[in-house]
Design a protein around this ligand. Structure first.
Ligand SMILES: NC(=O)c1ccc[n+]([C@@H]2O[C@H](COP(=O)([O-])OP(=O)(O)OC[C@H]3O[C@@H](n4cnc5c(N)ncnc54)[C@H](OP(=O)(O)O)[C@@H]3O)[C@@H](O)[C@H]2O)c1
Length: 372
């Protein structure tokens, strides 16, 4: 039986990652079976994989199909995962592979033998049953590894730019901007002529984004970060930001910079601050500390959450399909991803591998190839 990677919370507050054999039923009329050949480990996978467990407590045991990884969930977070106790959760949000069986419908049959990408969980698996209409056929010559990250990060960058336009903004600010997603956003904004302010926390990432052609890159570790951010916001007139960190003062710093700029433009002195609406969406949780808002930006502002599936619901299936097609057409250029290592299901469950991909550091993304 095909093998699949599962994450289970035990009643003593441990998270256990294991490889389980699962039955894959015959595809129904409108379904296909994909032999998964590549699936990325993204920050959005680490949530279901490890929950709020402390990765410093990771332990590996067993070998081959019996290999497991365990990590302890601190007492104060255990209530968050109560509903998951004893329930194995298959993981891996997206990936790509070859269609090896198909139901009787024309749409399913048309996919037989094709390399496709899909989204929807349970991709760290040798085989994955998927609805035919949720498979994206990769262009000729594009491998499963090249197409594995077709959905989560590329569609999120497109979603950011589209949200910016839908909400009446013309330029945007992005944090943790040297991420895989951030590098795509730099390329997308360059090609679509959207002014972008990038925030990173290391000089080497300033250099990296500049080498991709980014104009505005601010380093949050610089002493004059807030001044430089304000200058960049002034030059772009950005009034919307997407923050992947979520914790600390970064969202607040962005709103403050926007407020200074908008106040200047309005001649200052408004009793309730500038009248221009300023928005920051928190779309990731890289920094687990509390979000600190000092509210020094008048009253025309908002901080909210942003999630790709909600955005896709907002724009509707037709627009979502157009965006997917753009991703497929530009998967080796604008939306290309790179990986530090390709690992088997077992290798993904090694303490050493977890210590690398669990850091969520720039350029340290892993790709799982369950056929290895
Ligand atoms: N809401 C959604 O629908 C959605 C969809 C897709 C992705 N996302 C989010 O997008 C973000 C990027 O994903 P990715 O796959 O592109 O990530 P990635 O390639 O793994 O890169 C992660 C980046 O985050 C930075 N980082 C890590 N911890 C940080 C911290 N505490 N403070 C500041 N920066 C930090 C790293 O920089 P250093 O090297 O300096 O550590 C690195 O550049 C993630 O937060 C993910 O959850 C959200």
């Amino acid at each position: 039986m095909p093998r699949q990677l599962h994450s289970t919370v035990t009643d003593d507050g441990t998270i256990v990652l294991s490889i389980e054999e699962v039955d894959i039923p015959e595809p129904r009329e409108d379904q296909v079976v994909i032999r998964v050949e590549a699936a990325p480990i993204n920050p959005s996978d680490l949530g279901p994989m490890f929950g709020p467990a402390d990765l410093r407590t990771v332990q590996q045991s067993g070998d081959g199909t019996d290999r497991t990884i365990t990590a302890e969930i601190p007492e104060r977070f255990r209530s968050m995962v109560q509903a998951r106790v004893g329930v194995p959760v298959p993981i891996g949000n997206e990936g790509a592979g070859t269609v090896v069986a198909a139901g009787s419908s024309d749409a399913a049959q048309a996919l037989l033998g094709k390399t496709v990408a899909t989204l929807g969980g349970a991709m760290y698996a040798e085989m994955r049953l998927a609805p035919a209409d949720q498979c994206l056929v990769l262009p000729d010559g594009v491998s499963a590894a090249e197409g594995a990250s077709c959905f989560v990060n590329p569609l999120t960058t497109l979603g950011m730019v589209e949200t910016m336009r839908l909400e009446g903004h013309t330029a945007l600010v992005h944090t943790a901007a040297a991420s895989n997603l951030g590098q795509m956003l730099v390329k997308l904004c360059l090609s679509d002529g959207v002014p972008l302010v990038n925030i990173v926390r290391r000089q080497e990432h300033v250099d990296l984004l500049r080498s991709l052609g980014a104009t505005h890159v601010c380093n949050s570790s610089d002493d004059d970060f807030r001044e430089r951010l304000t200058e960049a916001v002034a030059e772009t007139d950005a009034t919307i930001g997407f923050d992947a960190t979520g914790g600390g003062t970064l969202a607040s710093d962005i709103l403050s910079a926007m407020e200074v700029v908008q106040n200047r433009k309005e001649g200052g002195g408004g009793r309730y601050g500038s009248t221009r609406h300023k928005q920051v969406y928190i779309y990731g949780g890289l920094d687990r500390s509390k979000t600190e808002l000092d509210r020094s930006y008048g009253m025309a502002w908002a901080v909210g959450g942003w999630l790709l599936p909600y955005f896709l619901d907002r724009v509707g299936p037709e627009r979502a399909q157009q965006l997917r097609e753009r991703v497929a057409a530009e998967i080796t250029t604008t939306f290309a991803s790179s990986y530090t290592a390709t690992v088997s299901l077992e290798e993904a469950l090694s303490a050493e591998a977890v210590s690398v991909y669990g850091r969520q550091a720039t350029g340290e993304k892993y790709l799982v190839d369950p056929t290895r």
